[in-house]
Design a protein around this ligand. Structure first.
Ligand code: NAD
Ligand code: TYD
Length: 374
C-alpha cells in the first residue's frame, strides 16, 4: 500500500510518518512537501534504515497539478492524507492569499488527481489489505476484510466551527462559522472535499482536531514559542488577558486517531478529535514557566517574563471538542492527558535545543541539500 502524505515535513505530518511506518510494517509513504519555513525534512532524520526504505521524499508543491499527476502515475497511490497547509492564524491575518492558494486550491489539485486515478467507470479503486500483519494484530482477527477503498483523508481543524461561549462543545453537526483567514481557508477546503464525495463519490473522510502540541512544532505556535522564549529569558507575549481557551491534544494521540479514521472511518464522514483538555492560555504559560524552572534550576525563568500584548484580531475565545463520535465508532481515546503530555514535550525541547536553533535560523535547509537534493 502506497500512501501519499502531504506536509510530511511539518509538525503533525512528520510525527505521523514515524507513527505510520512503525505501525504498518509493510506499507510505504510517499511524502510531498515544498519545505516552507514550517517544513523541515530534518524532522524525519530519526527514521531507521528500514523505515527509510519505505519512505520516498518529493520536494514540491501540492498546488502543482503536473507534479501531483506524475506522483500518482509513478507511485501507484492508494491513499492520500493531506496535512499540507499554511497553518498559523497570525500569519493568515497578515497575508491571507497564500492560505487560500495552498489550503483550498492545493486540496482541490490533490482531489482531482485522486478522482482521475482511482475511478474507472462507476467503480473506485480498492486496495488489498490482507498482507499487513500489524493490521491483523490490531483487530485481533484473521477475518479482516481483504479489500478497502482507496481513501482521501483531509486533515482539518476545530477552528472551522468558529468560537464557543463558556459552555458547550463542537460536534460534527455544527455549522461552519470560521473567523480567521486560516480557518476560513480550512473550512473552504472541507467543503470542496465534501463536494468531491457528494458529486463524484470519491471516498473521503475529514478529521477536525483541536490544538496539538509535542515534538517538532515550529516555534511560532504558543507552546514551543513560550518554551523557547523562556529558555532565552525573552518576554512571553500573551495576547490580551490570556483567558482564551484551547483544547490541547498531544500529537501522538492525533496520529493514532488519523490512522483509525484512515483505516475504518465511514466514507464521507467527518470525525472530531479532541481529548477534553481545555486550558486558558495564561495557565499554559504559567505551567511552562513552572516546569522549566524546576527542570533547569534557572530562577530567571519566572512570571516577570509574561507580557500582556495587544490581542489578536478576531481572536476566538474558546474551542472545545466533543469526541463522542470517534470514541463510539472507532474506539479512539487519548492516551495522554495534558499534565503528562506537557512534561514529555518540554523534555523533548530541552533535549533538542539544536533543532530549535536550526529551524529558527533556517539551517535545516543544509540537511535537505545534503541528503535529498539530487
Ligand atoms: P505545519 O505548518 O507545521 O506544517 C505544514 C507543512 O505543510 C509544512 O511542512 C509545509 O512545508 C508544508 N506545506 C505548506 N504548503 C505546502 C504546499 N503548497 N505544498 C506542499 N507542502 C506544503 O502544520 P501542522 O501544525 O503540522 O498542521 C498540519 C495540518 O493539520 C494542517 O492542515 C493544519 O490545518 C491541521 N491541524 C493542525 C493543528 C495544530 O494544532 N497544529 C490542529 C488541527 C489541525
Ligand atoms: P496558536 O498556537 O497560534 O494556535 P491557534 O491560534 O491555532 O489556536 O495560539 C494558541 C492560543 O495562544 C491562541 O489563543 C493565541 C494565543 N497566543 C498567545 O497568547 N501568544 C502567542 O505568542 C501566540 C503564538 C499565541
Amino acid at each position: 500500500m502506497n500512501i501519499l502524505v502531504t506536509g510530511c515535513a511539518g509538525f503533525i505530518g512528520s510525527n505521523f510518518v514515524y507513527y505510520y511506518l512503525r505501525k504498518h510494517s509493510e506499507r510505504k509513504i510517499i511524502g510531498l512537501d515544498n519545505l516552507t519555513y514550517a517544513g523541515n525534512i530534518d524532522n524525519l532524520s530519526g527514521l531507521t534504515e528500514e523505515e527509510r526504505k519505505r519512505f520516498t521524499f518529493v520536494k514540491g508543491d501540492i498546488c502543482d497539478p503536473e507534479l501531483v499527476e506524475r506522483i500518482f502515475n509513478e507511485q501507484d497511490i492508494d491513499g492520500v492524507i493531506n496535512f499540507a497547509a499554511e497553518s498559523h492564524v497570525d500569519r493568515s491575518i497578515h497575508d491571507p492569499q497564500i492560505f487560500l492558494k495552498t489550503n483550498v486550491l492545493g486540496t482541490q489539485v490533490l482531489l482531482d488527481a485522486a478522482k482521475k486515478h482511482w475511478r474507472s467507470g462507476n467503480d473506485w479503486k480498492c486496495i488489498d489489505v490482507t498482507k499487513d500483519e500489524s493490521e491483523k494484530s490490531r483487530s485481533n482477527s484473521d477475518n479482516l476484510p481483504s479489500r478497502k477503498p482507496a481513501e482521501f483523508l483531509q486533515i482539518s481543524t476545530d477552528e472551522v466551527y468558529g468560537a464557543l461561549g463558556p459552555t458547550g462543545y463542537f460536534t460534527e453537526k455544527m455549522p461552519l462559522d470560521p473567523h480567521s483567514p486560516y480557518s476560513a481557508s480550512k473550512a473552504s477546503a472541507d467543503l470542496i472535499v465534501k463536494a468531491y464525495y457528494d458529486t463524484y463519490g470519491l471516498p473521503v473522510n475529514i478529521t477536525r482536531c483541536s490544538n496539538n502540541y509535542g515534538p517538532y512544532q515550529f516555534p511560532e505556535k504558543l507552546i514551543p514559542l513560550m518554551i523557547n522564549n523562556a529558555l532565552n529569558h525573552k518576554p512571553l507575549p500573551v495576547y490580551g488577558d490570556g483567558r482564551q481557551i484551547r483544547d490541547w491534544l498531544y500529537v501522538e494521540d492525533h496520529c493514532r486517531a488519523i490512522d483509525l479514521v484512515f483505516e475504518d472511518g465511514k466514507s464521507g464522514e467527518i470525525y472530531n478529535i479532541g481529548g477534553h483538555n481545555e486550558r486558558e492560555n495564561i495557565y499554559i504559560v504559567e505551567r511552562i514557566i513552572e516546569i522549566l524552572r524546576k527542570k533547569t534550576g534557572d530562577s530567571e525563568i519566572n512570571e516577570s517574563l509574561i507580557k500582556h500584548v495587544t490581542d489578536r484580531l478576531g481572536h476566538d475565545k474558546r474551542y472545545g471538542i466533543d469526541p463522542t463520535k470517534i470514541t463510539q465508532e472507532l474506539g479512539w481515546k487519548p492516551k495522554f492527558m495534558f499534565d503528562e503530555g506537557i512534561e514529555i514535550t518540554i523534555d523533548w525541547y530541552l533535549s533538542n535545543k539544536e533543532w530549535m536553533q536550526s529551524v529558527i535560523s533556517g539551517e535545516y535547509l543544509d540537511f535537505y541539500n545534503k541528503n535529498y537534493k539530487i
